[in-house]
Design a protein around this ligand. Structure first.
Ligand SMILES: *[C@@H]1O[C@H](CO)[C@@H](O)[C@H](O)[C@H]1NC(C)=O
Ligand SMILES: *[C@@H]1O[C@H](CO)[C@@H](O)[C@H](O)[C@H]1NC(C)=O
Ligand SMILES: *[C@@H]1O[C@H](CO)[C@@H](O)[C@H](O)[C@H]1NC(C)=O
Ligand SMILES: *[C@@H]1O[C@H](CO)[C@@H](O)[C@H](O)[C@H]1NC(C)=O
Ligand SMILES: *[C@@H]1O[C@H](CO)[C@@H](O)[C@H](O)[C@H]1NC(C)=O
Ligand SMILES: *[C@@H]1O[C@H](CO)[C@@H](O)[C@H](O)[C@H]1NC(C)=O
Ligand SMILES: *[C@@H]1O[C@H](CO)[C@@H](O)[C@H](O)[C@H]1NC(C)=O
Ligand SMILES: *[C@@H]1O[C@H](CO)[C@@H](O)[C@H](O)[C@H]1NC(C)=O
Length: 566
């Protein structure tokens, strides 16, 4: 994504209409004014020093506050020209002002996307791209609103998680339009989204600075990563893994079964539709799914919170589909057999598959944007892009995940604990050899609190794959991950790595893209694939004193929301 400031555009609501009414010109005249005032102040000082208190009330005081706060962002120029502050603002007021700039601009982005939708009838690619944009920008709006709420309650970790997601959706809208950029309006919308993501990034950077350095904006600095030697401290704790997960003893609210007997729903989606919208906090809606193969596409929308899928076991309760990007107008996002947005989603005891054919490319089995989501004893089967952990905080416990190309990917903060990760053969010419990456984390901004974290997992091939592998190990290459986006972050801790993992460990995406900014960390892994002596120089051993940055408690605040085992 280009990060240069967008050109001024015409025919669309101009940014100045939408941002608070400040602009570069005003700043210039203000700095001239500042100079003048400084001169007169100097004069004033020589005459009397008893008026010092009066100086604190100078309305220009806030411009230096703005400059200090914007210094902690990646795009200080749009930051400085967009903030509006009361005199002597608190750090929180500054952050709220940055959020409100992002929120105002988002509204424009949303209406531009609606215009694309209205003018794209009959154009499948553009209609699909704009519909996805429409959906995810409204999710972005929802997350920004929640961020403001979290800040007012002092919940800085929630605020950072939600603003990280808000930014993820704006970027993804840009990314969706990239494949349908064949009109002036799309081009203009992309340029606008580019500036929007800068404003959102700025608000997020300030939150990270506030969290890491505290209230005093003099101490704020731009976001740093582990590659700069910076590890976030978190809340402490000395347990890496978490003794909790899917709760026991849940009583089903409804049941799904194949024959639809005795009041059962026949389709999983019908049961999801029966869940109440915006149920009160803490209220779960438990859907028992009896053994059987359910061939359907399932969507759990934003309003359906705390939905629980309770299956009868992996391989017994199976939800299957075959959507894939080889189909006209299909996107990776929409290809998911099961796609979940509503927060607090939980699942246990089921298999979710995408069985798209050999030429299918991207074909997602499970996509999740559910914050505070717990998945246990579930199996995810596919080839390329099996598990799309798209955004927000997700906990996978004792799951099995199969695939070959980038099969765990997205921009979430997801922890995989005691999971079994298995490479499957490519469907075309499986013996010929191939290059696979287990993960492709998609963090676009260093202030996003996202990453893929593996604790106590095992990495191996399926029996089928292992046969091909051992018949000619040289041609079958498997890597721990590759950087889908610039700030990709993936960490393996206490995992057992089979010999199918190549000694270099990690794979570039394209040339040297992201190699200086990503963070790929390893800590006390074992097994033949874990030998770090030949690793690429851009991966890192994690220092022992920093490993708790990636605990379930610190990384996804799991102690606050994952049910503990009684
Ligand atoms: C600074 O505060 C004054 C009120 O004292 C306000 O009128 C002005 O717009 C603020 N300036 C900026 C750049 O926020
Ligand atoms: C739609 O997108 C597909 C895949 O990117 C492309 O092959 C096709 O030509 C596009 N169709 C139109 C009408 O642009
Ligand atoms: C977010 O808040 C704004 C202003 O209060 C409101 O107009 C909008 O509908 C809210 N959006 C969502 C998705 O709740
Ligand atoms: C697309 O937008 C960019 C940035 O606004 C602009 O420089 C360029 O001229 C536009 N291209 C077309 C073909 O409209
Ligand atoms: C969109 O397409 C226009 C015209 O082909 C091109 O000039 C512009 O660079 C494209 N925009 C992006 C962001 O790819
Ligand atoms: C995780 O792995 C470490 C190191 O092998 C081990 O000490 C710990 O007991 C394991 N924890 C769980 C929950 O399996
Ligand atoms: C990987 O699987 C093979 C064959 O099933 C088995 O022999 C080997 O021990 C496994 N390795 C690890 C690290 O689990
Ligand atoms: C790691 O690999 C190197 C050679 O690449 C070898 O010399 C070393 O003994 C290996 N370490 C372990 C613990 O197997």
């Amino acid at each position: 994504m280009p990060s240069s400031p967008p050109q001024p555009t015409h025919n669309i609501p101009s940014k100045n209409q939408l941002r608070k009414p400040t602009c570069r010109l005003l700043l210039i005249s203000m700095s001239a004014f500042l100079l003048l005032s400084l001169l007169s102040l100097a004069l004033f000082f020589t005459l009397s020093s008893s008026h010092r208190h009066h100086l604190q009330q100078d309305p220009l005081q806030n411009t230096s506050q703005i400059r200090l706060a914007c210094h902690s962002t990646r795009f200080p120029q749009p930051c400085e020209s967009s903030l509006t502050l009361p005199p002597n603002p608190t750090s929180l007021q500054i952050i709220l002002s940055a959020i409100s700039v992002s929120s105002h601009n988002l509204k424009t982005g949303q209406s531009m996307v609606k215009s694309i939708l209205e003018t794209s009838k009959g154009n499948l690619n553009r209609t699909n791209a704009a519909s996805i944009c429409d959906e995810i920008l409204s999710n972005s709006d929802y997350r920004i609103n929640s961020t403001v709420d979290a800040l007012s309650r002092g919940k800085i970790k929630d605020a950072r998680a939600w603003m990280s997601a808000a930014l993820c959706y704006q970027y993804d809208c840009w990314g969706a339009l990239k494949y349908a950029n064949d009109t002036q309006l799309v081009n203009q919308t992309m340029a606008f989204l580019d500036s929007l993501t800068q404003h959102t990034s700025n608000a997020l950077s300030m939150m990270a600075a506030y969290d890491n350095y505290g209230n005093n904006i003099n101490s704020w600095a731009p976001p740093k990563t582990e590659r700069d030697g910076f590890y976030e401290k978190g809340l402490g704790g000395t347990e890496l893994v978490f003794d909790g997960g899917f709760p026991t003893g849940l009583k089903p609210d409804v049941t799904v079964c194949k024959d639809g007997s005795g009041g059962c729903y026949k389709m999983v989606q019908e049961a999801v539709n029966a869940a109440p919208d915006n149920a009160e906090a803490g209220r779960r809606f438990v859907i028992e799914i009896k053994e059987g193969v359910y061939e359907e596409t399932v969507r759990v929308p934003l309003a359906k919170k705390n939905v629980v899928f309770l299956g009868e076991g992996m391989g017994k309760t199976v939800i299957t589909g075959s959507l894939n990007v080889g189909q006209p107008g299909m996107t990776t996002y929409e290809s998911a057999t099961v796609g979940v947005i509503g927060d607090g989603f939980m699942a246990s005891g089921l298999t979710i598959k995408n069985t798209a054919g050999p030429d299918a490319h991207q074909a997602v089995a499970f996509r999740s944007d559910s914050d505070l989501s717990v998945i246990e004893n579930c199996e995810f089967l596919g080839n390329q892009d099996t598990l799309y952990a798209h955004s927000l905080r997700q906990f996978y416990n004792k799951c099995q995940i199969q695939g070959n190309v980038d099969f765990i990917f997205g921009n979430s903060a997801a922890v995989f604990q005691e999971c079994e990760i298995l490479v499957v053969p490519r469907q075309l010419n499986p013996g010929k050899g191939e290059t696979n990456a287990i993960t492709a984390h998609g963090r676009t901004d260093p202030a996003q609190s996202t990453g893929l974290i593996f604790h106590n997992c095992s990495l191996n091939g399926t029996d089928d794959y292992t046969k091909y592998y051992y018949s000619n190990p040289k041609v079958h290459k498997n890597f721990l991950g590759r950087p889908w986006k610039e700030y990709s972050r993936t960490v393996y801790i206490n995992c057992v790595m089979g010999d199918l993992i190549s000694p270099q460990g990690w794979l570039p995406w394209s040339g040297d893209f992201a190699l200086k900014t990503l963070f790929y960390g390893e800590y006390q892994n074992s097994g033949p694939g874990s030998n770090m002596s030949a690793r690429v120089p851009w991966s890192s051993p994690i220092p022992g004193q920093n490993v708790y940055t990636y605990s379930v408690q610190n990384f996804i605040q799991g102690d606050q929301w994952i049910p503990t085992k009684a």
